[in-house]
Design a protein around this ligand. Structure first.
Ligand code: FAD
Length: 305
């Protein structure tokens, strides 16, 4: 029930204003989201970099419905990359990109060209781009785009979702030299025909994929907050002799910060997935819907106003 409440709240402009207008409320926002604009994104990136953390910035878009919007999303990323470079925040900071925001559903070629322009801006800034994984109907198109982008920008990375039955095979294809793969569980509601449904089956698939990536030639990016999977990834990194710079851990901004610090202190590269943009409120509510334990934190901050 709480989950539905928070998902419903995601559309409430009134609640959004309430959260934003209280010092405590905006403190909650800042725990999970950099803020609504590039200035805040840069400031938070600086703080995280000062703590020894790498960052992947993700722009929270409105959902692209026109080619003009797709172009604006491209311009936002290109401008951000130039600012990251000017601020000396690259290569510690990279960007994550959703191809749907670049118009993938409207015109795959246009989305590719926009992604290419972002990769070029990233290369000029001395950093990289990772393609987010979206729902399963986009996986083939996203991986084709990845292969094409990697011809000009070999360090372009992509996220793969362990809940998809196909992913172990995709890991095998992508576990090649220079290939950066972010392995996550997967965040969309997917049918049984394409995705494992039970948490145990998803975890088992995650470990199989991890084994493929860690034993392969590429650069695994372990994106999970799950203590058991993190422990297994640490074990595999040791077993396959991967030292610092040969794999990394990724966690969402504000989630398990003590674990982020522990991994970084242990010599691992830790990258924080840092969202920013005007659509921060919906993102925040979805994080609460995902994990009811965060609700108490939220309620306490709001009632303290
Ligand atoms: P869960 O099954 O949600 O949690 C497992 C355990 O982890 C919990 O039992 C708890 O012990 C611990 N835990 C989880 N959350 C918390 C918390 N908030 N506080 C304390 N402990 C917690 N999904 C996509 O579909 N596409 C993407 O491109 C994508 N990119 C991602 C990038 C990053 C860096 C991360 C971290 C996630 C990304 N995801 C993406 C989301 C991902 O697929 C999962 O939906 C999300 O990470 C939750 O799964 P989990 O691995 O944390 O494990």
């Amino acid at each position: 029930m709480l989950r539905s409440l928070f998902l419903a709240a995601a559309g409430s402009a009134r609640l959004e204003r309430l959260v934003e207008s209280t010092p405590a409320g905006s403190g909650v926002v800042r725990r999970f989201v950099a803020g609504s604009g590039a200035d805040e994104a840069l400031a938070t990136t600086r703080e995280l970099a000062d703590d020894g953390l790498a960052v992947s910035l993700v722009h929270l878009g409105t959902g692209t419905e026109t080619l003009e919007q797709a172009q604006a999303v491209r311009d936002e990323h290109v401008a951000l990359l130039a600012r990251l470079r000017a601020a000396g925040l690259t290569p510690a900071a990279e960007v994550s990109v959703k191809l749907s925001e670049l118009g993938q559903r409207l015109d795959e070629r246009v989305a590719f060209e926009h992604a290419h322009a972002i990769c070029a801006a990233a290369a000029e800034a001395g950093t990289t781009v990772t393609l987010d994984a979206e729902d399963h109907t986009t996986t083939d198109a996203t991986l084709e785009t990845l292969l094409e982008l990697r011809r000009d920008f070999p360090s372009t990375g992509a996220a793969l979702q362990a809940y998809l039955r196909r992913t172990e095979g995709d890991c095998r294809e992508l576990a090649v030299a220079g290939s950066r793969v972010r392995l996550c569980k997967g965040a969309y509601a997917e049918p049984e025909s394409v995705a494992f449904q039970s948490p145990l089956d998803v975890d088992k698939s995650y470990v199989r994929c991890l084994n493929v990536l860690m034993s392969g030639e590429g650069y695994p990016m372990v994106a999970t907050h799950d203590p058991r999977l993190i422990a297994i990834a640490e074990d595999r990194a040791r077993w396959f002799d991967r030292s610092t710079g040969e794999c990394e851990f990724q966690l969402l901004h504000g989630v398990r910060p003590e674990e982020q610090a522990r991994l970084a202190a242990g010599g691992h590269t830790v990258r924080v997935y840092l969202p920013y943009g005007k659509q921060w409120f919906g993102y925040l509510m979805r994080r609460f819907a995902e994990r009811p334990a965060n609700v108490a934190y939220f309620a306490k901050a709001i009632s303290a106003r």
